[in-house]
Design a protein around this ligand. Structure first.
Ligand SMILES: NC(=O)c1ccc[n+]([C@@H]2O[C@H](COP(=O)([O-])OP(=O)(O)OC[C@H]3O[C@@H](n4cnc5c(N)ncnc54)[C@H](OP(=O)(O)O)[C@@H]3O)[C@@H](O)[C@H]2O)c1
Length: 299
């Protein structure tokens, strides 16, 4: 007997229905193409998401996974552009390397120091964007957690930079703490954030903040045990984790145990995809319940 219960069964049903529909969509000579470049790429949920939106909005489009070695990124981008692709997403390990390969970049990519969305413009130029930060704040907004006030960001890696930039753009006062202190200081200076804290000092300082954001890989499945001490949090603290596997991360479990509002990272994944989809396929997709159920069913 399935132990998942009715909710899991219906999510699986929705995934099955989507896959049946997707098989009916023909790829023709007119089909507009986009994809995701990664190494490896097989873990990416972007093909599921974008092809769902193509089917949902009856768009003559398709989105494919593209496994490209780090040394071959420049060749792959040129080739895809020449082959008529509308654009691509970039995932690990290509986001930072792509910076030097773009003809043009928008402010989001410059601020994030990374490119996760490439648009092949009509003039043949490659345009780099980074939608991770806007995806993060859009997910908070969707959960009714308006990013404002004093924010403590755990981590200073690639995702942290996009998140910190987006929070600063929303007028937040951002403090950064990271296991490797030098990276926190570097990030504060690069983006003119408010302050840094030593890694072992943040639990004690938590009472000073309105929002806590985990951008580290702590709590991600396969990355060992993670323990978060939220004992000093005020009752109004909101907690966001950009990790989304597992659904309820150790940080979100700790927040729930304290009665704090928590937001997981799956919505960020969906919201960051909106910008690329609109640029390539001409429709701004809605991150609705069906979109989230599809991603959730695939976890
Ligand atoms: N929801 C989404 O759409 C989305 C988007 C992007 C990323 N993510 C998730 O965000 C996480 C970080 O991704 P990233 O690309 O920023 O990775 P990254 O560049 O490798 O950065 C990893 C960060 O985690 C910290 N860290 C790793 N292990 C730690 C430990 N044991 N104790 C304390 N800190 C530790 C690192 O600290 P040091 O500097 O000290 O090494 C660094 O700040 C991943 O889980 C990724 O899946 C989610």
């Amino acid at each position: 007997m399935c132990m998942g219960g009715p909710a899991r069964a219906s999510a699986a049903d929705r995934l099955g229905a989507f896959l049946r529909d997707a098989r009916l969509m023909p790829i023709r000579g007119t089909t507009r193409l986009a994809g995701v470049i990664g190494w490896p790429v097989k873990h990416s949920r972007s093909p599921l998401l974008h092809n769902h939106w193509c089917a949902h909005y009856a768009i003559d489009g398709a989105y494919v996974p593209l496994a490209v070695r780090p040394d071959d990124l420049g060749t792959a981008l040129k080739g895809l552009c020449a082959a008529g692709f509308a654009g691509v997403n970039l995932t690990i390990p290509h986001k930072e390397a792509a910076l030097s390969l773009m003809d043009r970049m928008d402010r989001s990519a410059e601020r994030a120091g990374a490119v996760n969305t490439v648009v092949f413009a009509a003039d043949g130029e490659t345009v780099g964007l980074c939608s991770d930060g806007t995806g993060f704040v859009a997910n908070l907004d969707a959960h009714g957690v308006s990013p404002k006030g004093r924010v403590l960001v755990l981590g200073a890696g690639g995702a942290a930079r996009a998140v910190v930039a987006a929070l600063l753009d929303r007028g937040c006062e951002v403090t950064i703490t990271n296991r490797t202190a030098a990276r926190a200081i570097e990030l504060r200076e690069a983006l003119d954030a408010h302050d840094t804290l030593p890694w072992d000092a943040w639990p004690e300082a938590l009472g000073d903040f309105d929002l806590l954001v985990n951008t580290t890989s702590l709590g991600m499945d396969g990355h060992g045990n993670a323990v978060f001490d939220l004992g000093q949090a005020s009752s109004g603290l909101s907690v966001a984790d950009i990790v989304y596997v597992p659904r309820q991360t150790p940080l979100l479990a700790a927040a729930e145990a304290r009665g704090l509002r928590g937001v997981n990272g799956l919505g960020m994944l969906a919201h960051q995809a909106v910008i690329g989809f609109e640029a390539w396929f001409g429709v701004r997709p809605d991150v609705d319940a069906a979109t989230m159920a599809l991603l959730d069913a695939d976890l």
